[in-house]
Design a protein around this ligand. Structure first.
Ligand code: NAD
Length: 292
């Protein structure tokens, strides 16, 4: 069994994930540029280290949860490759562009390491609760080794195919989510203008063909459907800025393979508009305010 794990990037997501690894009996060697994040990880049972290179020294596996592709590439090529033990397993759980994911995995393999991309679905609450969904890109052997580690942080670990396919699944899913949230919001806004009560529209549409996760699990109208960020002033949840980040990654990937994604492009444009209007930290269902 893999026992010692280096965890790099202990922010909103990584903090909870590292804590769950420690809770599940793994030895966690933690590193983050932020002192505050490191202190929290230490309080949650991780061992504090002074650099990424120090964290990975002697570790059986490395998990990274960093902001973007440039951070991931810099950490692996700049520190991890040079200090990790031969044959160590690397799991990048950050949401990054497919091209960088594939480039870093290829570089890791060339140096004799195993690596998979393993981005997550689920926000900060799921990271803390250990109920994330992991979408994993990598070969069968890397997936088999990754599974017990990821299972300690999530409720579902799904093999999405070869290198980079975890990121592909993540951005296709979130592009769909962005588009369905926009469509759900415009339908609620229009229903109200026509004189159809939001609760009544929900009762009908949630059991009809317009139903989607955006409606029945995350309803953007306060007081309608199960508890969601709409009921909390659109605070908490999945920030507009993060949805915009994922939509930009989706469009970048679409352009690289000449995929036509008109709904994703429209969603990106609307989320950019919303972010520019201020409050990019609000939940992404707040896009209903633009459309009402
Ligand atoms: P965050 O900004 O809270 O955390 C990132 C951490 O990485 C920070 O603590 C930062 O100090 C650290 N860091 C940056 N560069 C570093 C380096 N060179 N070495 C060590 N540490 C470094 O971000 P987050 O919300 O935790 O998101 C992390 C990743 O997870 C992102 O790719 C994001 O898109 C993805 N994600 C986030 C959510 C969410 O709801 N927050 C959901 C799904 C996926």
């Amino acid at each position: 069994m893999t026992e010692t794990i280096a965890f790099i990037g202990l922010g909103n997501m990584g903090g909870g994930m590292a804590a769950n690894l420690a809770k599940n009996g793994f030895t966690v060697r933690a590193f983050d540029l932020s002192d505050d994040a490191l202190a929290k990880a230490e309080a949650a049972g991780a061992i504090r280290t002074g650099s990424a290179a120090e964290a990975v020294t002697g570790a059986d596996a490395v998990v990274t949860m960093l902001p973007a592709g440039k951070h991931v590439e810099a950490v692996y090529t700049g520190e991890v490759f040079g200090a990790a033990k031969p044959g160590a397993l690397f799991l990048d759980c950050s949401t990054i562009d497919v091209a960088t994911a594939r480039r870093v995995i290829a570089a890791a393999k060339a140096k004799g390491f195993q690596m998979a991309d393993a981005p997550v679905s689920g926000g900060i609450a799921a990271a803390s609760a250990g109920s994330l969904t992991f979408m994993v890109g990598g070969n069968d052997d890397a997936f088999a080794k990754a599974k017990p580690i990821l299972s300690a942080m999530g409720k579902a670990v799904i093999h999405a195919g070869s290198d980079g396919n975890g990121q592909a699944a993540k951005i296709c899913n979130n592009m769909l989510l962005g588009a369905t949230m926009v469509a759900t919001c415009e339908a609620f806004a229009m229903a109200e203008k026509i004189g159809l009560d939001a609760q009544t529209f929900y009762d009908i549409s949630s059991v009809s063909s317009g139903q989607s996760w955006s409606m029945t699990s995350y309803c953007p109208v306060p007081g309608v459907g199960p508890q969601s960020p709409a009921d909390n002033g659109y605070n908490g949840g999945f920030a507009v800025a993060l949805m915009l980040k994922d939509l930009k990654l989706a469009l970048e990937a679409a352009a690289s393979v000449n995929a036509s994604v008109p709904m994703g492009a429209q969603a990106e444009s609307l989320y950019q508009l919303l972010a520019n209007k201020g409050e990019p930290g609000q939940d992404f269902s707040s896009i209903i305010k633009l459309l009402s």
